[in-house]
Design a protein around this ligand. Structure first.
Ligand code: FO1
Length: 332
């Protein structure tokens, strides 16, 4: 794969749109931001908001905040969410009042974000306006947009009832087998202000190595977003969240099983589909471990690009982001 920084593929003025969820998405976004900004381009990130929830009257937006903290350089690098060096005095105090959930950790600095967001929401700023105000605090080098301003939850249907995605994941660690996932009301949600405009003006669209079912799935499930990607002129490249048949972190394996997709790089490519055939992808980055799946991906009408996918440090993440851009820019 060519090195964008060394062989002069022009990034100047390039408008890149990234669709992303939480931990993996925000790690990738940092590398992509670095490459795009260094080359003189611009990056817009459309974030999943179907993980959002209300706790203690506060609106929590886990994927928006992972993206915000990641791009700002203040994300907890070990957990992959929340603020680095946070404390939990407020949560401890709430426990004394028998409030809160011991399975959902809210740090003191993180609570500051949720209080600010909830105050602005109550003052009437829309979700997009709030995300805009949150990102003004730091020089992110990218613009964050929520996928929609509507409250669309990811719900998990279990034999014993229906629970919110956050409870299924953070409380039950995905150990309860779902029958299905649902995003009730998504059919009447609209893309947040700026999302369709960003996609219409994009030179490249990238699908982050995020959970295809509960992170990217809700984003492209908002009416108008998938059509804008399919019908746009920008090439679309995705990065596999599955390496060597397993998710790097999280529970994509369970999610893929529930929607009847194979937990493999090719399985996720097939789920997204080729843009030519009414799907989303023009090109798909898969790991060297999964190189044998390349012909299958090619057979789907998607260009496979085998490259190292592990985002073990910033240099490797930047290299992966550069590979994604090179794959997109060499499609034409
Ligand atoms: N993830 C956990 O595994 N345990 C938690 O207690 C937890 C709390 C939490 C609080 C705020 C926030 O923004 C994110 C939080 N996360 C937590 C991460 C989050 O559950 C997921 O990783 C994402 O929603 C999936 O992208």
């Amino acid at each position: 794969m060519r090195d964008l920084r060394n062989d002069g593929v022009p990034l100047h003025g390039l408008r890149v749109v990234l669709l992303a969820g939480g931990a993996g998405g925000s790690t990738f976004a940092v590398g992509l931001r670095d490459v795009v900004v260094a080359g003189g381009g611009s990056l817009t990130v459309v974030c999943n908001t179907a993980d959002d929830l209300w706790v203690h009257g506060l609106r929590i937006q886990p994927d928006v905040d992972s993206m915000l903290y990641g791009l700002a350089g203040v994300k907890d690098p070990v957990r992959g969410w929340g603020r680095a060096g946070d404390s939990d005095r407020v949560s401890q105090e709430l426990r004394e009042w028998n409030l809160g959930w011991d399975w959902f950790a809210l740090g003191d600095l993180d609570l500051g974000t949720h209080i600010a967001r909830s105050s602005w929401l109550r003052e009437g700023a829309g979700v997009g306006g709030v995300v805009h105000r949150l990102q003004e605090r730091w020089e992110l080098g990218a613009r964050l947009l929520p996928m929609t301003e509507s409250e669309v939850d990811t719900l998990v249907m279990l034999d014993e009832g229906t629970i919110h995605f956050q409870e299924w994941w953070t409380r039950h660690r995905a150990q309860r087998e779902p029958r299905a996932f649902a995003n009730p009301g998504i059919e009447s949600a609209r893309p947040a202000p700026g999302v369709l405009e960003a996609l219409a003006e994009a030179d490249v669209v990238v699908l982050a190595p995020s959970n295809p079912v509960v992170s990217i799935g809700p984003i492209v499930g908002v009416p108008g977003i998938a059509d804008a990607i399919r019908g746009g002129t920008a090439p679309v490249v995705g990065v596999s969240p599955i390496i060597g048949g397993s998710p790097v972190r999280g529970m994509a394996d369970v999610c893929l099983r529930v929607v009847g997709a194979e937990c493999s790089a090719a399985g996720v490519a097939q789920l997204y589909g080729a843009r030519d055939g009414g799907g989303l992808l023009d090109a798909w980055l898969l790991g060297e471990e999964d190189a044998a799946e390349a012909p299958r991906i090619e057979g789907l009408g998607i260009r496979p690009v085998v490259t190292p996918l592990w985002m073990s440090d910033v240099a490797l993440t930047r290299a992966l982001a550069a590979d994604a851009l090179a794959a997109a820019l060499t499609l034409g």
